[in-house]
Design a binder for this molecule. Structure first.
Ligand code: C2G
Length: 129
């Protein structure tokens, strides 16, 4: 079984996220998502609209996602890859190169970001309705 992992906040889940998760899942048979906790987001300078529990429920309802685990620290990725016997680590292309240090324990794949959509764009557009 080929296991894939990816990480993110996935707030206001949108088709850019789905496009990433779909392609990530297609790289294997099992997709794990490391979902940023509210506390970890604070460290990223992000405040999600939906709290962790709701963001987790949304991801778990997707056909592409097999397991959601909390992302609590930048440094946990290597341990997660080893603990969950991950074959492939995936992130969107805005992170290109940032996680190449994991190449000694798994494949590292950066998938093209979906243009024109982001959580911050959604928030901005709604403010101007
Ligand atoms: N994404 C995408 N296309 C978009 C928007 C997002 O492909 N239009 C991808 C991002 O590249 C990322 C994933 O969807 O791989 C989740 O995006 P965010 O929730 O914004 O995650 P981020 O804040 O980048 O956190 O340790 C890694 C971090 O937790 C990543």
């Amino acid at each position: 079984m080929r296991r894939v992992i990816t990480y993110g906040t996935f707030d206001l889940l949108h088709y850019g996220h789905i496009n990433l998760l779909k392609r990530a899942r297609e790289l294997g048979d099992y997709l794990i998502v490391g979902l940023s906790t509210d506390e970890f987001n604070a460290g990223k300078g992000k405040k999600a609209y939906f709290p962790y529990k709701q963001r987790k429920e949304l991801l778990e309802s997707l056909r592409y996602v097999d397991l959601v685990i909390p992302e609590e620290a930048w440094e946990q990725k290597r341990n997660d890859v080893l603990l969950y016997q991950v074959d492939t680590f995936v992130m969107g292309s805005d992170w290109k190169g940032k996680f190449d240090d994991l190449k000694d324990v798994c494949d590292v794949v950066y998938l093209s970001r979906t243009p024109e959509i982001s959580t911050s764009k959604i928030k901005g557009d709604l403010e101007h309705l």
